[in-house]
Design a protein around this ligand. Sequence first.
Ligand code: THU
Length: 132
Amino acid sequence: MTIANEDLINAATEAREHAYCKYSGYSVGAAIVDDQGRLHVGCNVENAAYPLGNCAEAAAIAAMVQEGGKRIARIAIVGGYRDVAPCTPCGGCRQRIHEFADDETVIIVYDDSKSWQEYSIDELLPASFHLD
Ligand code: THU
């Protein structure tokens, strides 16, 4: 059964509730549909040693890989301090998404007006670095 974009956003929103973000106060949730149509979620996890904090997208990608997912079909990202505000992936996460994305991958950025924007990885990371 296909996961609707609304349900993917809801999954990211639920994941966001688990964010450990005591230093920034900015919570993020990410939800992926992989190449097999399966759902994987993640939230940001910060650390007292600030650079050790992990982004929500990194957690969701790690969950996908650990469960055998190969590619990102769609990824939804939800973030904000309290209420949801548009949260486009940071530069590092654009590269992380790129690793598992193709031209058809849809990156969904939820905003505060109950709607969302859809991007391709090439829009978010043009002239990207890759080894092949
Ligand atoms: N954060 C994410 O989880 N994903 C992003 O793409 C942007 C930033 C997190 C990292 C940190 O815990 C908090 O948001 C504030 O930067």
